[in-house]
Design a protein around this ligand. Structure first.
Ligand SMILES: CC(C)(COP(=O)(O)OP(=O)(O)OC[C@H]1O[C@@H](n2cnc3c(N)ncnc32)[C@H](O)[C@@H]1OP(=O)(O)O)[C@@H](O)C(=O)NCCC(=O)NCCS
Length: 145
């Protein structure tokens, strides 16, 4: 919920207009039905000392394309400390666990942090680019990571 209220998360990600506990509860309950041919899978990074959520890597799976769109965010207090890198480095394993071949991150060209992060990890530009976004591809890999 606090992530939905985070200005930078809301700037670059789709968030509901009413970031309430009720909305979060119904979002979690309906998450498996969000895509017509797939499901969602989220990897959440937590701080063991405070039990707070540090960030999230989310897959929107499209089975018929054998692919998933990858979304991600890191809580403001944790940005610039390697948490985003730690999350995205697990993408190949998470994709493998979800049984899809590739992940695609679609980022706004002005989102310099997100663009810098995926580029720093060596993700390749997708062969087909959306009109006003940048798309990067990562392939499923070793699921033991
Ligand atoms: C994008 C985001 C996840 C980055 O997370 P982070 O934990 O701050 O990133 P890291 O500390 O792991 O940085 C890893 C690399 O990303 C790049 N990077 C991170 N922040 C950057 C910035 N502000 N400008 C340019 N590059 C940046 C750098 O290459 C960095 O490596 P370096 O530290 O060796 O220079 C975070 O800024 C965020 O949550 N933003 C709001 C939500 C969002 O935009 N999500 C993506 C939607 S598609």
């Amino acid at each position: 919920m606090s992530a939905w209220q985070d200005t930078e998360v809301a700037r670059w990600n789709p968030v509901p207009p009413d970031p309430s506990l009720e909305r979060a509860t119904s979002w979690i309950a309906g998450v498996a039905d969000q895509t017509p041919d797939g499901a969602s899978l989220d990897l959440v990074l937590c701080d063991m000392e405070t039990d707070q959520v540090v960030g999230e890597l989310g897959l929107q799976i499209a089975r018929r394309h054998n692919a998933a769109e990858i979304g991600f965010w890191v809580a403001e207090a944790w940005r610039g400390r390697g948490a985003g890198r730690a999350l995205l480095e697990r993408s190949p394993a998470v994709l493998a666990a979800a049984h899809v071949a590739r992940g695609i991150a679609v980022v706004h060209p002005r989102n310099l942090a997100a663009v810098g992060l995926v580029r720093s990890l060596g993700w390749e530009p997708a062969p087909r680019q959306p009109a006003d976004r940048l798309a990067y591809v990562i392939w499923a890999g070793d699921s033991s990571a």
